[in-house]
Ligand binder design. Structure first.
Ligand SMILES: *Cc1c(COP(=O)(O)O)cnc(C)c1O
Length: 413
């Protein structure tokens, strides 16, 4: 049942299992934050953890911290904590680098597992960055690989005997449209191809079951739904039985079987460790590790239920209030095919979003005409969604977006 008054929203908020997790975040007063799909807010525990890491671990324990405070194991420890949220067994995820670099590593490793095939299959719904990474890698390899880009609904029928890898982002960053990961992974395997799933808009947004769908590889970033902070390390998953088979394209000492033997030849470590490369950013990893505390005890099925209810409310309320402004929902209406965000096509979308931000409702703009809102049950309330839709309607009704300063494009949209 979609709530039909603000009072009903408040009642739902009070009864919500996520009233507890909201308290764990440091959210500014007077702001409705609907951009946790781009940069998650600050979990309070991160502040104290970072000052402890800086003052006590780095400041006092100095280099002994690598052993004494578990710095050396941190990428795998954090990886396992993320692994719980994406349906993987311990020892198959590592927190590392940025998503872009992690993707490069996985794509390079996957291509060497299919040496006689030349096609990387992907789609127009992918984040362009991922296509750039594939294009750069294939150009560097110089072995005639092709990055084949089809429409999202054409992927299922686009496999050929030449497909080495299908590389997809599960949830479209613009529309929120979600691929059927189980079906496409099964089709890829039937065609003899490997899968790389980008979980940037999946991890922490809803339950993911990498093991259950038998995915080969996955990457994701931790600064979105996982709230790890700006530029937080990414994560990388390799299916357990592939881990000792993959040949990582970047071979550094942290991926060596015996890094402190300092031998002259690279010998890959067992397991996921071989995907590591060099010294990891311990401050960022520590912030991410602390940020993951807010997930302790969170039931991902309950999270999904709340996310669907928040989306349904926002879509319903915004469409009713903004009917005369030709607001058009992006992506499918079927909840099983949606991630955890709502985007609308609207004219003057950029200026409309600037006006919303000026009035304390933070979402973002995606070219050419989308206003986009991330709905994150850990801290987004039904009453926030109710109020955000009302603010949007007021801005459109009164043309409050129609000011010169709202048309000035900033470098980051
Ligand atoms: C956010 C996002 C990225 C960003 O990659 P970085 O290396 O962290 O800049 C990549 N892919 C997708 C699908 C994203 O949504």
């Amino acid at each position: 049942m979609i709530p039909s008054s603000r009072e009903e929203c408040e009642a739902l908020d009070e009864a919500s299992p996520f009233a507890r997790t909201r308290e764990l975040f440091d959210l500014p007063n007077g702001v409705i934050y609907l951009d946790g799909n781009s940069l998650g807010p600050l979990p309070k525990v991160v502040t104290s953890r970072l000052s402890r890491v800086v003052e006590e671990e780095w400041g006092q324990s100095l280099i002994t911290s690598w052993n004494r405070h578990g710095w050396f194991d941190l990428p795998r420890k954090v990886g396992d904590r993320i692994g719980r949220l994406i349906g993987s067994v311990p020892g198959s995820v590592v927190a590392i680098d940025t998503l872009s670099v992690a993707l490069y590593r996985l794509l390079g490793a996957a291509l060497t597992l299919r040496p006689n095939r030349r096609t990387i299959l992907t789609d127009t719904g992918n984040f362009p960055n991922d296509l750039y990474i594939a294009q750069g890698l294939t150009r560097f390899l110089g072995q005639g690989h092709e990055v084949r880009i089809v429409e999202p609904d054409a992927v299922a029928s686009a496999f050929s005997p030449d497909t080495a890898v299908v590389m997809l982002t599960e949830v479209d960053y613009r529309t929120g449209r979600r691929h059927d990961m189980a079906d496409l992974t099964a089709r890829a395997h039937a065609a003899g191809a490997l899968t790389i799933w980008d979980l940037a808009h999946s991890a922490g947004a809803f339950p993911v079951d990498l093991q259950g769908v038998n995915a080969d590889f996955a990457v994701g970033c931790a600064y979105k739904y996982l709230n790890g902070g700006p530029g937080a390390p990414a994560f990388l998953y390799v299916r357990p039985d592939l881990q000792d088979e993959v040949r990582p394209p970047i071979t550094g000492w942290w991926g060596h079987a015996e890094p402190f033997e300092f031998s002259l030849d690279f010998k890959p470590a067992h397991g996921i460790t071989r995907m590591q490369c060099g010294t990891q950013p311990i401050l960022s990893l520590s912030a991410l590790d602390a940020a993951l505390d807010v997930w302790d005890g969170v039931d991902m099925t309950a999270l999904r239920r709340e996310s669907e209810a928040l989306q349904a409310l926002f879509i319903d309320h915004a469409e009713k209030l903004c009917a005369r402004h030709h607001l058009r929902l992006a992506g499918p209406r079927d909840m099983s095919m949606r991630g955890s965000q709502v985007s609308f096509h609207v004219s003057e979308a950029y200026a409309v979003m600037q006006a919303l931000i000026a009035e304390g409702v933070i979402g973002d703009f995606r070219a050419p005409d989308l206003i986009r809102f991330g709905l994150t049950p850990l801290y987004t309330r039904f009453s926030d969604v109710w109020d955000a839709a009302a603010t949007l309607a007021n801005i459109l009704d009164e043309r409050r977006w129609d000011r010169p300063e709202f048309r000035i494009r900033k470098p980051v949209t």
